[in-house]
Design a protein. Sequence first.
Length: 215
Amino acid sequence: MTRNPDLAIPAQTTAVRVALHTDDALLRAGLTSLFEAEKFVEIVDPDQAEVALWDTGTDPAAALTRISALATVQRIPVLAVVSDPSHVAPAIAAGARGVVLRDQVQGGLYPALAAVRSGLTVLDTELAAHLVTGKGTRPAPDTTRPAASRGELTARERQVVQLLAEGLSNKLIADRLGISDHTAKFHVNGVMMKLGASTRTEAVVEAVRRGVVHL
């Protein structure tokens, strides 16, 4: 978690009321057990929550669309749980106030939840490094894992970068692929992160260099 050292953070003396959103029964059970032992965190219904803890699960695009609705419409700060560092930029773009890695969800979540409730942005060290440089501190890629989790472009992302090469906007990409604007934006951000690009043009150039796109 990063913070401005000159910014005063009030002491938290009341439990953070958290709405837990996950389709993973094991993760839900583990977090429920964890929070029951943590007197400063209380799981509540969404309409009573101060913070939403949202696991993006196996369909990050759909999850980030719902996160965007929470953050922009209902004004509930969201702490997103992601499975891969490449998802951090799309999660923040969707409106998440903080992002933590799924395999790092364990004891000690209270400070992150309290910080998000106080209006701060929370990233663990690995995710912050990945956001700045496009590279995390994770071990060398495991080629036995699916391409999406190794930082390679998925089939959908290859379609997206080809449409980027044709000069299409996010809206036109969404129309061409029959997906929502939010989902198109998620895929574009994912492509840029995986290709280490800061602009759409850089993403196309790198995709061409890798042989992903042929102009």
